[in-house]
Design a protein around this ligand. Sequence first.
Ligand code: S3P
Length: 428
Amino acid sequence: MHPQKTGRSLRGAISVPGDKSIAHRALMLGGIAEGDSVIHGMPLSGDVLTTRDCMRTLGVQISDPDADGRVVVEGRGTEGLKTPLAPLDCRNSGTTARLLCGLLSAQRFSATLDGDKSLRRRPMARVVDPLRDMGARIDYLADTNRLPLRVEGGLLPFTLHKPEVASAQVKSALLLASLAAGSGCRLLEPVQTRNHTELMLAHMGSGLTLVDGIVELPPGARISGREFELPGDISSASFLIAAAVLLPGSDLKCLNIGVNQGRLGFIDTLQEMGADITLENQRFVGGEPVADIHVRHSALKGTTVRGSRIPRIIDELPLLALVASQAAGSTLIRDAAELRLKESDRIESTAAMLAALGISCETHADGFRISGPQRVKGGRVDSRGDHRIAMSAVVASLLSADPVETSDEECIAVSYPGFREEIMRLVD
Ligand code: S3P
């Protein structure tokens, strides 16, 4: 069977909102730098606004975007944050909660971190345990391993870290704690994850080095405010790229996209499946690699994704499952048990999304197997409040001849406000 023809294609050029991962870090590191920072292209994603609001509660002045989208972050130095007068509400943002947990561990005041229903379900021990090993005092206020929690602050000695979980959030929390404590640290990851924090710390003059996979931040490191040009978010662009690969006649350019190696797993996988995708005009901006991504419709075949590829594609796996249902043959995704700990249990929510669209998929404890091509029927998708599921459903709606509805589609605003309107603008 062949995927159905809907007559739709995606054509043109588009810039997507600035990178969410880099924006969180620019706001936090900018707030503890010496001297002000200027952020160009800050996304108005809900998660980034959450970090902005928490940093404001910690006493950092952060301007609203001016007419050119520039945001100024006051640098208060590593000892300049203020005691928050209320709990810090991390809402739906795991990156905010985990990175702040690290940053607050080395302050001379106490602070409480909390989040929404979804974030309260997600594990915190992955950052709390290594931070406690460094000497941090952190108490769970309700259930072990969950928000809300109270960070008492304190002194953290120099340590060699080998985090157990391959997570950029854990690595970044440890680096932020060490920087704020002035203690320095040496860190070896089990599997390499996105290195935005390391690149930014190096760019801000901390003296951070990366040799043979070991990240080393010297004791007493200081950082200076900088101008940050945020590239477009590749995780947001991935939904447009997937739609263009799948819709016959498509030819799309996503301009000025961050192509950090730790984020390129989806592009690498699509290329292995046969997609016609090229990275053009490659350059470095503020230490981060950036490119225009040119994508044309292509016939795909199934593949296997596992092992060290997983952290490099983790946010795109629900979308890959949908893409795999349109590829010839079988696709196997394994070693991805982390998916169960995201904004929803993304193994179950992805399988339920596919089932609602008439697509069968076999689930495993740590992944899926999907055979293709399968027809995308109309139906009602339960997003479970998870932006990546709701965005995958929007892509599915373009593949289906029948209507696809999604519950709670507003949740897309945590990463890409206006996504549906933007993708529809490109439909020919
Ligand atoms: C992120 C890291 C990833 C990713 C998340 C953002 C970051 O989480 O899933 O969306 O900005 O550091 P893990 O580090 O837990 O894998």
